[in-house]
Design a binder for this molecule. Structure first.
Ligand code: NAD
Ligand code: DAU
Length: 351
C-alpha cells in the first residue's frame, strides 16, 4: 500500500470522527492529519481512543485561514484531502447564515486552492475528496429519488453553502484537472452526533422528560443511514471511486419524522422501564422550520453497482445501538449540552 499523508478535516465532529477512526485503524501506513477548529460541534473526546496511535496527528485550526492551510500542506506534505469540516445544522444556518458561507464556501475554496498550489498541477497520486449532502438537490414530492443527475436546488443557507462548495470543487476539476471526488449522503445517525439534530436531541429530551419539538405537521421525510456505513462508503469512494465522479450515498430507509419519533418513544419506554405510551405524551407540535424540505430520498444505485456498497446495519439494529450509546454516555451528553450549546437551545426552543 502506498504511503499517504491524508488531511481529514472536521475529524472531531460526528461523521468525521468515525472516518478518522476507520482510516487510522485500517491503514497504519497512512499518516492521518485531523484538522478541526473544535467549534461547539467538534469534540476531541470523540476520537480519544485513537489519539495515541503513531499514524494519528491532530491539528487545531480554521479552514477559513488560507495562510494557515497553505502551511499545513507544506509542513506535512499532504498528498490527499478528505474534507468534512463544515457548519452542518440547518436551523443554525437560518439564524446565522454568514458563518455557513464563510466556513462551507470559503473554507472549501481555501482547501482546494492550497491543494492545487501544493500539488503544483502534478496530479498523479493525489485526491481531493469533498463530503457533501443530499440537501443540495432540494426537496422531493411524494415519489422519486435523488440521483447523481438531479439538478441542484438548495433551499436553506446550509444547503446553498454546500451546493456552492460542490460547484467550486467541480470547477477545480474541470478547469485545472485537479483530481476530485464528491459524495452526497442522506441523514446520518449514530454515536457522537451533537444533540441538536433530530435523533440525539429527542433521545436526550426523552431521558429528561422534556417536550419533543416536532416541526410543522411532522410529515417530513428523511432517509436515515447509520454513520459507520457512511464511513465505510467514504473509504470505498476514496480508494475505488472514479476521479471526477459523484456518488450518492443513502440508507434505502425513508421515515416520516412523526413515525420515527413514535418508534423512538416506544423503544425508549421499554429501555427506561416507563409505561407504554408515556414518552409519546412528550410530543409537541411547534412552528415549522422556514423553507423546510418536504422529502429527501437517495438513489444509491450507482455506488452499489460500481463499488459494491450497501448499508450493512439495519435501521432496527442501528437505532437500538444508538439509543444504548446515548444512555451509556450520559456524561458525554451532559458535557456537550453545557455552555454555548445551552444558549443556542434556549434561543431556538425557549427554556
Ligand atoms: P458536525 O457539525 O458534527 O462536525 C463538523 C466538524 O467541523 C466539527 O468537528 C467542527 O469543529 C469542524 N469545523 C467547523 N468549522 C470549522 C472550521 N472553520 N475549521 C475547521 N474545522 C471546522 O458535522 P457532521 O454532521 O459530522 O457532518 C460532517 C460533514 O458531512 C459536513 O460537511 C456535512 O455537510 C456532511 N454531511 C452530514 C450529514 C449528516 O447527516 N450529519 C449528511 C450528509 C453530509
Ligand atoms: O440530509 C442530510 C442532512 O441531514 C445533513 O446534510 C445535515 O448536516 C444534517 O443536519 C441533516 O439535516 P436535516 O435538517 O434533515 O436534519 P435534522 O436532524 O435537523 O432534522 C431532521 C428532520 O427532523 C427535519 O425534517 C426537521 C425535523 N426536526 C428537527 C429538529 C432538530 C424536528 O421536527 N424537530 C427538531 O427539533
Amino acid at each position: 500500500m502506498t504511503n499517504k499523508n491524508i488531511l481529514i478535516t472536521g475529524g472531531a465532529g460526528f461523521i468525521g470522527s468515525h472516518v478518522v477512526r476507520r482510516f487510522v485503524n485500517e491503514y497504519p501506513d497512512y499518516q492521518i492529519f485531523n484538522l478541526d477548529l473544535l467549534t461547539y460541534a467538534g469534540n476531541p473526546e470523540n476520537i480519544k481512543d485513537i489519539e495515541r496511535k503513531p499514524n494519528y496527528h491532530f491539528i487545531k485550526g480554521d479552514i477559513r485561514d488560507l495562510a494557515f492551510i497553505r502551511n499545513i500542506f507544506v509542513e506535512n506534505n499532504i498528498t490527499d484531502v478528505i474534507h468534512l469540516a463544515a457548519e452542518s445544522h440547518v436551523d443554525r444556518s437560518i439564524t446565522d447564515p454568514f458563518v455557513f458561507i464563510q466556513t462551507n464556501v470559503m473554507g472549501t475554496a481555501n482547501l482546494i486552492q492550497a491543494a492545487r498550489e501544493h500539488w503544483e498541477e502534478k496530479w498523479d497520486g493525489h485526491l481531493f475528496y469533498h463530503v457533501s449532502t443530499d440537501e443540495v438537490y432540494g426537496a422531493l414530492g411524494a415519489t422519486g429519488l435523488f440521483t447523481e443527475e438531479t439538478r441542484y436546488d438548495p433551499h436553506s443557507p446550509y444547503s446553498a453553502s454546500k451546493a456552492s462548495s460542490d460547484h467550486i470543487v467541480r470547477a477545480y476539476h474541470d478547469t485545472y484537472g485537479l483530481p476530485v471526488l464528491i459524495s452526497n449522503c442522506s441523514n446520518n445517525y449514530g454515536p457522537n452526533q451533537f444533540p441538536e439534530k433530530l435523533i440525539p436531541l429527542f433521545i436526550n429530551n426523552i431521558v429528561h422528560r422534556k417536550p419533543l419539538p416536532v416541526y410543522g405537521d411532522g410529515l417530513y421525510t428523511r432517509d436515515w443511514l447509520y454513520v459507520i456505513d457512511h464511513a465505510i462508503a467514504i473509504d470505498l469512494v476514496f480508494h475505488k471511486g472514479k476521479t471526477g465522479e459523484t456518488y450518492n450515498i443513502g440508507g434505502f430507509n425513508e421515515w416520516k419524522n412523526i413515525d420515527l419519533i413514535r418508534l423512538l418513544c416506544s423503544i425508549m419506554d421499554k429501555k427506561l422501564g416507563r409505561p407504554e405510551g408515556e414518552n409519546a405524551q412528550l410530543i409537541t407540535y411547534i412552528k415549522d422550520r422556514p423553507g423546510h424540505d418536504r422529502r429527501y430520498a437517495i438513489d444509491a444505485g450507482k455506488i452499489n453497482r460500481e463499488l459494491g456498497w450497501k448499508p450493512s446495519v439495519t435501521f432496527e439494529h442501528g437505532l437500538d445501538k444508538t439509543i444504548d450509546w446515548y444512555l451509556e454516555n450520559a456524561e458525554w451528553l451532559s458535557r456537550v449540552t453545557s455552555g454555548e450549546y445551552r444558549n443556542y437551545y434556549e434561543e431556538m426552543y425557549g427554556k
